[in-house]
Design a protein around this ligand. Structure first.
Ligand code: SAM
Length: 380
């Protein structure tokens, strides 16, 4: 299989003639900021949607929200170079407390959300993360997953499993301790490896790894990480760096496309089209030659954005409902959550979903709005 099963750099979201993150003029739009909570700013109250060509927006034409990513905290103990400018870039005020989260989760379930992923920030830094998972599990969501940097996983893997967490994704960009410290600005690889071992021992199966591949930083480790993951029956996944937040500074020099990553792993992979797990996000997977039950995933957030099939809503740690990772748009439902008013959250959710950009033309994190977004506040 040639690397072309992911297409070429220029044939998808990116036009080689323009800098990454800059949309072509005909679909460049100025989307109003209605929410926030980024980088220390408090989310604004709901502001009616008014925006140039989108004056009277029809309901979003795409699929209804079926999955949600929840940033339970925007705190993180790492400051990965593609995510944050430093460890001191400020945190949001006004985080939701546990009772308000419960109302929010119930309202999401009432609205037809079936799949939940907890993220952040670093979700395992939330002091009540185990209770949060238990609360979600009691509400009967079809899929309950969590993305973590695993720094706290050694002590939390078993309690999280007992609380009802179904699936785990662990972010790990390198297996070299010094490199790890540099990319994460101070993270300890050994703690992450201990966390992964604890998760396997706790009975989590098919743990997925997220590795953001950066040319000249860790792109020489693609094969090593894939083999290392397969030995432990995990699913390595390689992500293109996206021009969101600090990633916007890195894409030009450091982007490695999924097509190139796949080509570098070609000797290990079956020659077949990469396929997604239906309903489980944008990653596309290819099986390993040595054992077809082993797979590797690729996430093309830059060379091939995947907005058309996006059924994802996000909830920030401050209770703002966000329809898209790549914009500041959102509807503040924190008051409704604190008031215990599920029906009102449902109405806010409808308003937020109407702000979702049209996936037929929108190109996700390659749009110009993405570079000023805080991925950890919205929930990466
Ligand atoms: N702290 C958790 C973790 O490290 O997994 C969850 C939050 S983190 C923002 C979620 C994922 O977003 C991580 O896998 C991270 O690598 C990815 N990410 C953050 N910024 C990115 C960027 N600019 N391009 C691609 N992936 C990015």
């Amino acid at each position: 299989m040639s690397s072309s099963s992911f297409g070429s750099y220029g044939s998808f979201g990116l036009d080689p003639a323009r800098p990454p993150g800059e949309a072509p003029a005909e679909r460049r739009r100025s989307l109003p900021v209605v929410g926030g909570g980024v980088g220390g700013r408090r989310a604004a109250a709901l502001i009616p949607y008014r925006g140039g060509a989108l004056d009277a927006p029809a309901a979003h034409a795409g699929p209804a929200p079926r999955s949600v990513r929840i940033s339970v905290t925007d705190r993180c103990d790492f400051a990965c170079t593609y995510c944050r400018p430093s460890r001191h870039d400020g945190y949001a005020d006004g985080r939701l407390m546990t009772a308000a989260w419960r109302t929010m989760f119930e309202a999401l379930r009432d609205a037809g959300i079936r799949r939940v992923r907890l993220t952040g920030g670093e979700p395992l830094l939330h002091p009540e993360i185990v209770s949060i998972v238990a609360c979600l599990a009691s509400l009967g969501f079809e899929d309950l997953a969590l993305t973590t940097n695993a720094s706290q996983l050694a002590r939390l893997a078993a309690p999280l499993r007992d609380a009802g967490l179904h699936r785990l994704n662990v972010s790990i960009d390198t297996l070299d301790p010094q490199r790890f410290r540099e990319v994460t600005r101070g993270g300890e690889l050994a703690r992450v490896l201990d966390g992964i071992s604890a998760a396997i021992a706790a009975g989590f199966t098919s743990i997925k790894l997220n590795t953001v591949v950066l040319r000249g930083v860790n792109d020489d480790e693609i094969e090593r990480i894939a083999l290392w993951a397969w030995e432990r029956r995990m699913v390595p996944r390689f992500l293109e760096v996206m021009p969101i937040a600090e990633g916007a500074r890195l894409v030009g020099e450091h982007l490695v496309t999924a097509a190139e990553m796949r080509a570098r792993l070609a000797a290990h992979l079956v020659e077949e089209e990469a396929v997604a797990d239906p309903g489980l996000g944008p990653a596309r997977y290819v099986r390993a030659r040595r054992d077809p039950s082993l797979r590797v995933g690729f996430i093309t957030g830059t060379s091939d954005t995947f907005c058309e099939s996006c059924d994802r809503l996000r909830v920030s740690s401050t209770g703002v409902l966000r329809p898209c990772l790549a914009t500041e748009d959102g509807v503040d439902a924190s008051r409704e959550a604190r008031d215990g008013d599920r029906a009102a959250i449902g109405r806010r959710l409808d308003e937020a979903w109407r702000l979702k950009p049209d996936g037929k033309v929108w190109k996700g994190c390659t749009e110009e709005t993405a570079s000023s977004v805080s991925i950890r506040a919205i929930g990466g």
